[in-house]
Design a protein around this ligand. Structure first.
Ligand SMILES: [Zn+2]
Length: 180
């Protein structure tokens, strides 16, 4: 059977690329965070573009987030930094039933050195990030050194893919792109 060629290939053109899709998932995961100053999400994907795991920055399991020191400033033991679990670590923990070997991770902020070590040890091979706003911090410098030495590649999502989506969770309202 032959189908009239004019009937073929009339697909929608403004669909999300895989990179855009997975970074959107990472961002959406970050919206679950209760951290008042920084919301980070991560999405781990295998070579076949299947989502393996998702995470966001938050409290350790069973740690009541109403009793968590969310502040950024103050005595070390009274701020979040020593206690919070980063998005990448949570995504890796959430994926613990699966092999993450050869996977890639989408995260909206460049991973710190502690997360970099987890990413490396679990066999994740590529990091795709949006923001590198702490590029000069020792954590980020160390993170890049770890990735370089351990053959984990990293790249920023290209500017042309950094879109603004308007996502509605109401029926029959499609996703729209605000900056097209
Ligand atoms: Zn981290």
């Amino acid at each position: 059977m032959e189908i009239n060629k004019e009937k073929l290939g009339n697909k929608r053109q403004d669909y999300l690329s895989w990179d855009e899709f997975f970074m959107s998932i990472a961002k959406l995961a970050g919206a679950r965070s209760k951290d008042p100053s920084t919301q980070v999400g991560a999405c781990i994907v295998d070579e076949n573009n299947r989502v393996l795991a998702i995470g966001y920055n938050g409290t350790p399991n069973n740690f009541n987030d109403d009793e968590f020191p969310w502040d950024r400033d103050g005595e070390d033991l009274e701020t979040k930094y020593l206690y919070v679990c980063h998005a990448e670590r949570n995504a890796i923990a959430n994926g613990n039933r699966l092999s993450l070997k050869g996977a890639r991770i989408y995260v909206d902020l460049f991973p710190c050195n502690e997360c970099a070590k987890e990413i490396i040890q679990f066999g994740i091979k590529e990091v795709i990030y949006l923001s590198d706003k702490y590029a000069n911090s020792k954590e980020t410098v160390a993170s890049k050194y770890l990735f370089d030495k351990s053959n984990v590649t990293y790249r920023q999502l290209e500017k042309e893919h950094q879109k603004t989506l308007k996502l509605s969770i109401k029926p029959d309202v499609p996703v729209t792109y605000l900056d097209d």
